[in-house]
Design a protein around this ligand. Structure first.
Ligand code: MN
Length: 500
């Protein structure tokens, strides 16, 4: 599917931020594809009064154009928040009445981070959703952020807390919601930057949890329906579609939400405790829906063409008459997985599109991030290492990754930094040795081949040789420079010769 460039575009789009005791880093790279069709959302605070301590992250992998992925990255969270205004009022009250030990600095003034949403996207939402749109707190918007973003939470004195309650932009119904911030008595010790209590987390009642899942599902269906009625899709001029994988983090729970073949997982105590499952046409339940809608699955694709069986957009696959939106060849219905948070054990969430997962197993990516978090707390750096590694492992697709760390994430350890340094030095010495021992000029591919066949215990867990391929390239180019620019070597046009 699709065409490829002569050489990959390796420039990275990065973003990072921290709030609500979470940190996140984003890395995105076009790679070999002619277009970049991925998009993402990263909101450390939900733009709804009473939900400042909830976060939302999502990766959207577009196909046949980037229109749907872009719009979804701007609007999906709003579509979810608008799906059941009563529920979100009740949830705000529920959480404000049962403040947990986990809540952090509710008075923080750091702005939300929303990478792709334009300032006008809220205004373009349906005017009839006044209940919730009136609750959306405009003060937290950061319009037109498209690249590197760094939020710096600013602590305010507690006396400022109540001022929020009289914020004039907040509607009457949300006034009670904002009282969340007044119940600081059992909440936190800001100075320690840690939850002070380890008492059990509140249980979300089954009713609220089920309704939240329904609202998430309805948010997807509503957005898809809205897209369908936009002129470019109605006229059939735009045939794009997009997968969506998202993570909603409440003070007590983490929700993974999936529609399509992007993927997310949660690592806790070095184990994958929650992950999404891809919607591929060959999965029996997906195949059955496709057959029932009069379609077929050939070469593992819907009607021999589309490689994913659930997506937003793709309206050519959603026009079977007398069938509901979730009974079409391609369905916009997400699957939702949830888990109660463990403040001691939960380490991180990773969301990524199939450009990453095509060449990394869940375990390997989990292990790699775990091992790198012990060497650096720079989530952008780790994200970029994953992108480069996946390119070297042969991914030809657009790639996007979001890493979100919890308070229980691995901490940087000096001995792990030392071990990494020793590994890098050993690589340099080995390359020197290979160059010196060769009678003629040794090619980069020969260096790669030699090192890849040697047994090294020092390479990062989950990444192995590929995790260091760019370093090997850099050292080689430094030690054996070419005179002619055109001869310069880079891993990207070399990995096809790679022996692995
Ligand atoms: Mn993809």
């Amino acid at each position: 599917m699709g065409s490829f460039l002569d050489k990959p575009k390796t420039e990275k789009l990065n973003e990072k931020g921290q709030d609500n005791d979470l940190s996140f880093g984003v890395g995105a790279m076009q790679g070999w594809r002619i277009e970049m069709e991925d998009a993402h959302s990263s909101l450390t605070k939900l733009p709804l009064s009473g939900f400042e301590n909830w976060s939302f992250f999502a990766v959207f992998d577009g196909h046949a154009g980037g229109t749907v992925s872009k719009i979804a990255s701007q609007e999906l969270i709003y579509s979810i928040l608008n799906a059941d205004p009563d529920l979100f009022n009740e949830l705000a009250i529920f959480y404000s009445n049962k403040a947990t030990s986990t809540q952090q600095d509710l008075t923080s003034e750091s702005s939300i981070t929303c990478s792709t949403r334009s300032a006008s996207s809220l205004a373009s939402n349906d005017g009839n959703n006044t209940n919730v749109t009136s609750l959306l707190s405009s003060s937290t918007e950061t319009p037109n952020q498209t690249s590197t973003v760094d939020t710096h939470p600013t602590e305010k004195p507690k006396s400022d807390t109540n001022k929020n309650s009289s914020n004039e932009t907040v509607s009457e119904s949300s006034a009670s919601i904002l009282k969340t911030s007044e119940i600081a008595d059992e909440i936190l010790d800001i100075s320690s930057n840690k939850p002070v209590s380890t008492k059990p987390l509140v249980n979300l009642t089954d009713d609220l949890e089920n309704r939240l899942k329904k609202a998430i599902r309805q948010g997807f269906l509503n957005l898809d329906d809205k897209l369908r009625h936009m002129p470019e899709f109605e006229k059939g001029e735009d045939k794009s579609g997009s997968t969506a994988v998202a993570c909603l983090i409440s003070p007590t729970h983490v929700y993974l939400i999936n529609c399509g073949d992007s993927r997310a997982l949660v690592s806790s105590d070095n184990q994958i405790v929650l992950c999404t499952y891809d919607h591929k046409p060959i999965i029996p339940a997906e195949r059955e829906r496709i057959h029932n809608a009069g379609g077929s699955v050939m070469i593992q694709r819907v009607n021999g063409s589309l490689a994913v069986s659930r997506a937003l957009g793709d309206f050519d696959y959603k026009c079977v008459e007398n069938r509901g939106p979730c009974e079409q060849l391609v369905s916009p219905e997400p699957e939702i997985y949830s888990r109660e948070r463990s403040y001691e054990k939960d380490q991180f969430v990773v969301l990524a599109c199939d450009g990453i997962w095509d060449v990394m197993s869940n375990e390997d990516l989990k292990d790699f991030i775990n091992s790198r978090l012990k060497v650096t707390n720079d989530l952008v750096k780790i994200s970029n290492e994953v992108l480069d590694m996946c390119l070297n492992k042969g991914s030809r697709d657009n790639m996007s990754i979001i890493i979100v760390t919890f308070p229980g994430a691995p901490k940087v350890l000096q001995n792990e930094i030392d071990k990494d340094k020793i590994c890098n030095e050993k690589i340099e010495n080995r390359i020197k040795e290979l160059i010196e021992n060769s009678n003629t000029r040794i090619e980069f591919s020969q260096i790669l081949q030699s090192i890849s066949q040697e047994k090294w215990d020092e390479f990062p867990a989950g990444g192995g040789f590929y995790a260091k391929q760019y370093l090997i390239e850099e050292i080689y180019n430094r030690l054996a420079p070419r005179h002619n620019e055109d001869d310069s070597i880079n891993s990207s046009n070399c990995y096809f010769n790679s022996p692995l």
